[in-house]
Design a protein around this ligand. Structure first.
Ligand code: FAD
Length: 473
């Protein structure tokens, strides 16, 4: 065998698996056909957060008056903002390269394909092929933007997230299809830059996986910021035949909530209707590796049906998030190494949307918790009642906690507000360790912090919040 572990794909699934394997003394190699770090570092989590930071700085500068500061005029330099985002992504990718080197991991640049359960063929950029063997092969090939036949992406006028991160000029108008985290974040960014945004969502609320109260609050913020929101609506077709050089806009046929067709115009259509796992061309069919609903089927330790072949990250079912991919990677490797490892608890995977206000959640929404038959205690604390939020001029939003009335444990936590994604880990820990509402409310939270809202929301569920004018429970 050339290696103990050979991994295809260097995203937060693949590179974390490689480093953990090397830490455990395994001779490890990683194959990557594009940039090290995968979608997350190069085309996902990191460059989007860089763009959103620029939007936030712009917003602060434009509202500096509210903080007693005079700024003549704040104008975004779109190309510089995009360039900064690419620089941040490149720096992170180089950081992964350094980490891999430091851990003595062999990196192959090329396209990997399974040949059998212990062999991978690598085709480099010049078409040269080499085959390497390993005792364990991990597939971590990630996913790409999902294509819909009603709006085939041409990469120029009908685009996916990759093109949205590198547009050469700021479009005057953009119709964003899909309001999950990716669609909402990019809609928010472009709206902040001055693009006229129409956001189309098939479900009754935007960010449809979030608790309804959160979704409604974010919808209000989006409308206040000037976006047009079309919920219960679907894009039926996009007419891109009009000559763009003649200044013509795309004509988008949208079926509205009444079932009627209406035409919207936009310079760009951004398709953000989800992702599709990269499962073709990697040798699955040849080896008879079982897939289910487009994902590779695995057990709780990420073993496929073929002994010695594993799959982690966006190519397997579960939340398609970077931290989920990394947790799966560690579990998979530790099991291979024979360690006693904990399996990933998908009920404790946090989800964040980095708009302004931000959204963060873990566990069940109120509707889902009721559907599941739990008797609930719900506590809420608005940031209007928070001293830190008032000082920051960030009173929009709230913390909503859902407890199981039987044993006071947390079923779900839902946050919307300034920087709330940084507050979420405490609640993930509470949920994971079944920490009771009483412990949360008796834990001293520093004052003034936004985090006090967690303690107060827990107390509110039991009618004991100190800083609420009207306890609603
Ligand atoms: C715009 C956007 C924003 C996002 N924001 C967030 C966020 O804020 N937080 C969060 O948690 N998640 C976010 N995500 C999701 C996150 O990026 C993914 O869940 C994560 O990258 C999945 O990791 P992975 O390791 O499974 O795959 P990927 O990161 O997709 O990496 C897979 C790698 O495999 C390589 N590869 C594929 N096939 C082959 C092959 N045959 N041979 C060699 N190499 C191959 C690819 O080139 C790629 O580099 C975002 C995604 C997008 C698109």
């Amino acid at each position: 065998m050339n290696f103990d572990v050979l991994i295809i794909g260097s995203g937060p699934g693949g590179y974390v698996a490689a480093i953990r394997a090397a830490q455990l003394g395994m001779n490890t190699a990683l194959i990557e056909k594009d940039e090290l770090g995968g979608v997350c570092l190069n085309w996902g989590c990191i460059p989007t957060k860089s763009l959103l930071k620029s939007a936030q700085v712009l917003d602060y500068a434009r509202h500096a008056d509210a903080y007693g500061i005079k700024i003549a005029e704040a104008v975004p330099d779109f190309q510089a903002i995009i360039a900064r985002s690419r620089e941040v992504a490149n720096k992170m990718s180089k950081g992964v390269h350094y980490l891999l080197q430091k851990n003595n991991i062999t990196v192959f640049h090329g396209q990997g394909k399974l040949m059998d359960s212990q062999q991978v063929e690598i085709t480099d950029a010049d078409g040269n092929k080499r085959t390497y063997s390993a005792s364990h092969i991990i597939l971590a090939t990630g996913a790409h933007s999902r294509q819909l036949p009603t709006m085939p992406q041409d990469g120029k006028r009908i685009i996916g997230y990759r093109q949205a991160l590198t547009l050469e000029h700021l479009p005057k108008s953009m119709l964003v299809v899909g309001s999950g985290a990716i669609g909402s974040e990019l809609a928010w960014f472009y709206n902040s830059m001055g693009t006229q945004i129409t956001l189309v969502e098939f479900m009754p609320t935007i960010v449809p996986l979030e608790d309804e109260d959160i979704a409604k609050q974010l919808g209000r913020s989006f409308k206040k910021a000037g976006m047009t929101i079309l919920t219960n609506s679907s894009v039926e077709s996009v007419d891109s035949s009009a000559d763009v050089n003649g200044g013509n806009l795309l004509k988008v046929s949208v079926k509205n909530k009444k079932g009627e067709l209406e035409t919207h115009e936009a310079e760009i259509v951004l398709s953000a209707v989800g992702i599709e796992p990269n499962i073709t061309g990697i040798g699955l069919e040849e080896l008879g590796i079982v897939t289910e609903n487009g994902h590779i089927k695995v057990d709780e330790y990420y073993r496929t049906n073929v002994v010695g072949v594993y799959a982690i990250g966006d190519i397997v079912a579960g939340q398609s998030l970077a931290h989920a991919a990394s947790a799966e990677a560690i579990c998979c490797i530790e099991k291979i190494a024979g360690l006693t490892t904990t399996t990933v608890d998908y009920g404790c995977v946090p989800a964040c949307t980095y708009t302004s206000p931000e959204v963060g959640s873990v566990g069940l929404s109120e509707a889902k918790a009721s559907e599941a038959g739990y008797e609930l205690k719900v506590g809420k604390f608005p940031f209007t009642a928070s001293g830190k939020a008032s000082a920051a001029g960030a009173n929009d939003g709230f913390v909503k906690l859902i407890f199981n009335a039987k044993d006071d444990t947390l079923l779900g936590a839902h946050l919307i507000g300034d920087n709330v994604t940084e507050m979420l880990a405490e609640l993930v820990l509470a949920k994971k360790e079944k920490i009771s509402a009483r412990t949360l409310m008796k834990t001293i939270h520093p004052h003034p912090t936004m985090n006090e809202a967690v303690m107060e929301a827990a107390a509110d569920a039991y009618g004991e919040a100190i800083h609420l004018l009207n306890n609603h429970s």
